[in-house]
Design a protein around this ligand. Structure first.
Ligand code: C2E
Ligand code: MG
Ligand code: MG
Ligand code: MG
Length: 280
């Protein structure tokens, strides 16, 4: 092992590298415990159909209630659960939980679930999705799976085949964070997505930057010509709402309409929907 003394001795790790490694190991241990201790929860954020101004569905967003640190955002732990393979059991839990909860909502309200590229490369994904649908009784057409362009970067034949298998289950596939990856347009040729979600970075800068506005308009036009709904992500202000409507986006999601909330906090929203919609 490494000697503490400096001169003429060697170390296996630089001290701060060692510290980084240790905090990473600790995070990994905590994440393993978090799954068995039930420290994960799904929050739900509404997606608005701009044609009738109604909620069409909710996106499930993962939250971790750390016993000491409180609520930890996904950006801080998703990379670690992906690297360690923990995303496979956790991802199965996410799909099952989202389907179970959505099965109790009005029948015209859908649920969207994010899939990691690591889950996507795993052979059991199609089986996990079909099991979650069977267990929950959720109609497959009420489940939407969100994938990012990074999913499509490797092994395109296998990926497209998995996408078709999922489609055959009756679920819909949305392209998330559209415009931030590579070769977006060729992906649209290899697989017909059911929805394009325009990345929030374009929406955020649209009012100050003509190029961002032009990108939002172009994606909305592209969606319209290919028959795909386009969702603007990260809509925070009325001004942004007016701009994305003028651009021709069909749907919107963002803090302006509602922040992600725990399932039990949505009872009022859902009760209001039961009154305003014909299907119940
Ligand atoms: P995403 O799928 O693009 O989700 C949208 C993110 O934008 C969410 O962050 C949401 O809270 C945030 N957001 C929504 N509206 C607004 C807004 O008006 N302004 C701003 N500034 N932000 C807004 P969140 O929940 O922190 O999730 C971040 C990312 O983590 C997600 O991006 C997704 O890539 C990943 N993620 C979240 N939940 C899951 C999950 O269950 N599984 C997997 N594999 N990834 C997940
Ligand atoms: Mg998403
Ligand atoms: Mg997104
Ligand atoms: Mg994202």
């Amino acid at each position: 092992y490494a000697k503490a003394d400096g001169r003429g001795t060697f170390r296996f790790f630089e001290p701060d590298m060692d510290a980084q490694l240790q905090s990473r190991r600790a995070l990994e241990v905590n994440l393993r415990k978090a799954i068995t201790n039930g420290e994960f929860e799904l929050f739900y954020q509404p997606q608005i159909n701009l044609k009738d101004n109604e909620i069409g569905g909710f996106e499930a967003l993962l939250r971790w209630h750390h016993p000491e640190r409180g609520l930890v955002p996904p950006s801080e732990f998703i990379p670690v659960v992906e690297d360690t393979g923990l995303i496979i059991p956790l991802g199965d839990w996410i799909i099952e939980q989202a389907c179970k909860e959505a099965a109790g909502w009005p029948r015209n309200i859908n649920v969207a679930v994010n899939l990691s590229p690591v889950q996507f490369r795993n052979r059991s994904l199609v089986q996990s999705v079909s099991r979650a649908l069977a267990l929950s009784g959720l109609a497959p057409n009420r489940l939407e799976l969100e994938i990012t362009e990074s999913v499509l970067l490797q092994d395109t034949d296998a990926t497209v085949s998995t996408l078709h298998q999922l489609r055959r289950l009756g679920v819909r596939i949305a392209m998330d964070d559209f415009g931030t990856g590579y070769s977006s347009l060729s992906y649209l040729r290899s697989f017909p997505f059911d929805k394009l979600k325009i990345d929030q970075s374009f929406v955020r800068e649209m009012s100050q930057r003509a190029d961002c506005l032009a990108i939002v308009q172009s994606v909305a036009n592209l969606g319209a010509s290919l028959g795909m709904p386009t969702v603007a992500e990260g809509v925070e202000t009325e001004e942004q709402l007016l701009q994305i409507q003028a651009a021709g986006c069909t749907d919107a999601q963002g803090y302006y309409f509602g922040r992600p909330k725990p399932a039990q906090d949505m009872v009022h929203t859902l009760a209001a929907l039961r009154h305003t919609t014909k299907v119940a």
